[in-house]
Design a protein around this ligand. Structure first.
Ligand code: PGA
Length: 252
């Protein structure tokens, strides 16, 4: 499976900074051993998508509403993201689950909306530190997978037919500079693969499982070489084009 390196730009950057970052990623995107995806704020999706049109770099949103349209002040729908040039959307990121009290059921509804609009959903799962210390990491991730993924996640529900993507992001590793051991990452990714295969059959074997949480140029090679790690969801390091591209090179 060709790896995917996805940049989650979170709530960072001006119009000019987003354009400069997109331009630098575009410049370095040729000949990499990974596919690239960048996910700017809603405000920057359209401009970044037009800067990256015709390049190898895809664009995604960081969330979408479960409804296609309606009276939902401040929200953005999946068809709007698609119209603005996005092909993917991150859903259920732990910051959304925390800041906006998003439940697994809400994430599932959003993933259905994304697929119906032809967007590839990137659904995030991952345990908190307390859950890991309590030996609950696998149970938490199993519940999130069971309840956040719609039945059409394997691709049958999406007009594009593309399979959804999982991002395993231990909450305590996000933005902290701490990562699980390679053995722990490998074990959790293997566990996720088993759950996907049990639910989606052969399609589950072919779904990408990204690792996210303090991925950097210095640790990317070892993490990306682990079995069932099919790419990365990169926050902080994706804001520096050279670091993001170095991570993508480490996927080879
Ligand atoms: P980080 O963020 O790379 O800054 O830890 C990852 C994410 O939240 O997607």
């Amino acid at each position: 499976m060709r790896p995917l390196i996805a940049g989650n730009w979170k709530m960072h950057g001006s119009m000019a900074e987003a354009a400069a970052l997109a331009g630098a990623v575009r410049e370095g995107a040729a000949g990499l051993p990974a596919e690239l995806l960048v996910c700017p704020t809603f405000l920057h999706v359209a401009s970044v998508a037009s800067l990256l049109a015709g390049s190898a770099v895809a664009v995604g949103g960081q969330d979408c509403h479960a409804a296609a349209k309606g009276a939902h002040t401040g929200d953005v729908s999946a068809p709007m993201l698609r119209d603005a040039g996005a092909s993917h959307v991150i859903l259920g990121h732990s910051e959304r689950r925390t800041d906006h009290a998003e439940t697994d059921a809400a994430v599932r509804a959003k993933a259905e909306a994304a697929a119906a609009a032809g967007l590839v959903p990137v659904v995030c799962v991952g345990e908190t530190e307390a859950e890991r210390l309590a030996g609950q990491a696998e149970a938490v991730v199993a519940r999130q997978l069971a309840e956040s993924l719609p039945d059409g996640f394997a691709g049958t529900g999406a007009p594009a037919g593309a399979a959804g993507i999982i991002a395993y992001e231990p909450v305590w590793a996000i933005g902290t500079g701490r990562t699980p051991t390679e053995a722990d990452i490998g074990a959790l990714h293997g566990f996720i693969r088993e759950r996907l295969a049990a639910r989606f059959g052969a399609a589950g074997q072919g779904m990408r499982i990204l690792y996210g949480g303090s991925m950097k140029p210095g640790n990317a090679k070892a993490i990306l070489a682990l079995p069932n790690v099919d790419g990365g969801l990169v926050g902080g390091a994706s804001l520096v084009a050279a670091d993001f591209l170095a991570i993508a090179r480490a996927a080879g």
